[in-house]
Design a protein. Structure first.
Length: 140
């Protein structure tokens, strides 16, 4: 795997994670505002929490940054005997970041003003128009 392949994989993951975040925000649109922001903070922390893996990269670096939940799933699938430890090792950073972003989201949800709703237009005056009469003879 070359450095260009690694960068392509990172850009693909970033695009997919942003798409998933957009989908989650659309699906949660009707919820109560603090709950919606708390759930979006959870999705954000799950998708974007980094985990540092020691490995030799083609460009000479020794450390690679990958999403923590990918490492968690990979380690749990490969090491079935100790899957709990694998989930704890990579799940701890996710829980910490989720707690911090969730608390920040709740503070912002309660402190920021609610967006103003647009004014409803006045209902149009309903007249009983007879489609068979010309416009000159329509009732007013």
């Amino acid at each position: 795997m070359t450095a260009a392949d690694i960068e392509l994989a990172r850009m693909t993951y970033l695009a997919a994670a942003l798409g998933a975040l957009l989908f989650a925000s659309i699906m949660l649109r009707g919820l109560w505002r603090p709950l919606r922001m708390l759930l979006l903070a959870g999705v954000l922390s799950l998708l974007f929490t980094p985990f540092f893996v020691q490995q030799k990269l083609p460009d000479g670096h020794e450390q690679n940054m990958v999403p923590a939940f990918v490492v968690m799933l990979y380690d749990a699938a490969n090491n079935r005997a100790e899957w709990r430890q694998a989930i704890q090792r990579a799940g701890t950073p996710i829980a910490v970041v989720a707690g911090i972003t969730g608390l920040l989201a709740l503070v912002l949800a309660f402190l920021l003003p609610k967006p103003a709703k647009p004014a409803k237009p006045a209902p149009a005056k309903k007249t009983k128009a007879n489609p068979y009469l010309p416009e000159d003879f329509q009732p007013e």
